[in-house]
Design a protein around this ligand. Sequence first.
Ligand SMILES: NC(=O)c1ccc[n+]([C@@H]2O[C@H](COP(=O)([O-])OP(=O)(O)OC[C@H]3O[C@@H](n4cnc5c(N)ncnc54)[C@H](OP(=O)(O)O)[C@@H]3O)[C@@H](O)[C@H]2O)c1
Length: 321
Amino acid sequence: MKYRTLPRTDLQLSAIGFGCWAIGGKWWGDDVDDKSSIAAIHAAVDHGINWFDTAPLYGHGHAEELLAKALGSRRHDVIIASKVGVRWRHQINDHAFSDLSPDHIIEDCECILRRLRLDTIPLLQVHWPCECSTPLEATLEALMALRDGGKIRYFGLCNYASRPLQQALAYAPELASLQTPYSMLRREFEFALRDVVAPEGEQALGMLAYETLCRGMLTGKFGAAPRFPSTDLRHNDERFREPLWSRAQGLVSALRLVGAKLNVPPAALAVGWVLRQPGVSVAIVGAKRAAQVAEQVRALELIGREKIWAALQPHVDRTRV
Ligand SMILES: NC(=O)c1ccc[n+]([C@@H]2O[C@H](COP(=O)([O-])OP(=O)(O)OC[C@H]3O[C@@H](n4cnc5c(N)ncnc54)[C@H](OP(=O)(O)O)[C@@H]3O)[C@@H](O)[C@H]2O)c1
């Protein structure tokens, strides 16, 4: 494993972070079970992964509880990043919504601390922008108060566009990270990456890339457009249906071909590509099973092999879904 310092913090994160959404047991199909999830977490630690990205929403608390159980006392030695803000009780039309009022942030943080059985959360992120009327400044003040009170060490944002991100940085320059989707297939964030996160000069904050496998598509395991059960969020994901499905298949075939030549899994190529991109601090990758983690970490052996990336880049550049 390789470790990278999150800019302007003392957090040394493994280049790959373990994403805990699927192990929450909701929205990722019928093949999630706690025993396999715990084995996946143990495999991650064995491979040198030292940080875990989770959220209260993932399994409505279950992912955090399971993570704490699987790690046991090791939960104090790793870096757990969780998220605040989302309410799922009393939701309208099955839509969980973001309430970033200071009271809710503080209450949410206390619940996370209880589920993780920690006194301090190393990194607390806003899950997505506010859908109530709370001004950004009030949210940032609440996060600063949590930090000053020792409940969290650092705070960050997820899913913010470049303008509100810039506003947040102006108000709270100590903002540690932004989490955003980024992969060979999802590059719309690149402009903000260059303009806000990693402009010329010192990197403004850490960038944690998620959906690096495009929800499994970039592993090359799906021969034809898959049919997911309605319990799997990919059931309604346009990228797994025509016409978007076919648009991505040239790139997926290239990953299979290059992977077979080098004897590496396509998943490792997809994660390796993300880790090479300027401004990307680390990649979050979701896993349900230990074998999936073992494939992902092979990305680390590929990062410096220029010929691979020269061969793949034209496929990446001509693919948009
Ligand atoms: N901040 C946010 O709003 C936000 C949003 C989304 C995600 N995230 C974070 O990012 C993490 C990753 O999730 P994601 O949505 O970004 O998905 P992803 O990492 O692109 O895909 C993860 C899924 O791909 C499949 N997979 C992984 N490795 C594999 C392998 N080697 N071979 C075959 N299949 C493999 C698994 O699902 P199957 O086995 O079912 O195919 C796994 O659950 C989440 O857990 C979460 O921590 C954050």
